[in-house]
Design a protein around this ligand. Structure first.
Ligand code: PLP
Length: 281
């Protein structure tokens, strides 16, 4: 397979970085994951906008301009002849330099991007999933999509070990988001989710759900909800690039609603489906 790097296109076997790489040693970088359905990028420009915002927040220069990067990613897709459902993974780090916490004197960031097949999670989206609750122990800038994912990794591992799909994170009694998703509560046909403060990542699918709600006339309220309110929710769902809109039908041992995906969630899933239907190629 071909990989896009800061030096241009390489075969995946040719991609190697020195031992002293700031992404590896410090998590000093940012990343994006973009969906492809039937070989078409979904909301690529929204993801790239966020990439440049994340990079600016950590004072990191992305090797290419937005337009150049978009063009190269399209070329990457063509070179790999991607026609199926897949994801693009892209990361930018502060580069390879002798290990030292402070920024290197030279501006020489590393970038790589590759595409991997990934099927839609149809089963989970249709039936709904179970989530567990765990403490949000992350830093204060969760709005930056940084490579520092250790708390997210530990939270997801706890979910997996306890037979659940996702870990819902909470801080001071309030639900922030999932370990790799945004979390939404539906009560009396109104959708609630955490506001876009520094405490959460502003998900691309989250911004789309907000638009779908506006189109469908569903009230959308950006207000944090408490852990204790979960038990009284009519519906719960999560969103992410890889999981789209997935109903949460159980939290810990508590069933949400009647334990089946609710009508608001299903209406939003239908809107997502319509919005992401790739054009025939
Ligand atoms: N929150 C966190 C912590 C994430 O890692 C992700 C990404 O998967 C999301 C939310 C959802 O963001 P997006 O919809 O852009 O994939």
């Amino acid at each position: 397979a071909y990989v896009l790097t800061e030096r241009g296109f390489l075969r995946s076997e040719q991609v190697a970085y020195p031992m002293e790489e700031r992404g590896l040693q410090f998590g000093d970088g940012v990343y994006e994951v973009v969906r492809l359905y039937s070989g078409t990028y979904i909301w690529l420009h929204e993801h790239l906008d966020r990439l440049y915002r994340s990079a600016a927040a950590i004072r990191l220069a992305v090797p290419f301009s937005h337009e150049e990067l978009a063009e190269r990613l399209e070329q990457l897709r063509r070179m790999n002849d991607v026609r199926e459902d897949a994801i693009l993974y892209l990361q930018v780090t502060r580069g390879s330099f002798p290990r030292s916490h402070a920024f290197p004197a030279e501006n020489r960031p590393n970038l790589y991007a590759y595409i991997q097949p990934m099927a839609r999670k149809t089963e989970e989206m249709a039936r709904g999933v179970r989530a567990i609750l765990t403490k949000d122990v992350r830093w204060e800038y969760c709005c930056i999509k940084s490579l520092n994912l250790l708390p997210n990794v530990l939270a997801k591992q706890e979910a997996v070990e306890r037979g659940a799909f996702e870990a819902i994170l909470h801080r001071d009694g309030v639900v922030t988001e999932g370990s790799s998703s945004n979390i939404f509560l539906v009560k009396h046909k109104t959708v609630y989710t955490h506001p876009t403060t520094e405490r959460i990542l502003n998900g691309i699918v989250r911004t789309k759900v907000k638009e779908f709600c506006a189109e469908l006339g569903i009230p959308f309220i950006e207000k944090a909800f408490s852990v204790s309110s979960l038990a009284e929710a009519d519906e719960l769902f999560l969103t992410s690039t890889t999981s789209a809109i997935t109903p949460i039908v159980q939290v810990e041992e508590t069933l949400i609603g009647n334990g089946e995906p609710g009508d608001v969630t299903k209406a939003l899933q239908a809107a997502y489906q319509k919005a992401t239907k790739p054009l025939p190629t």
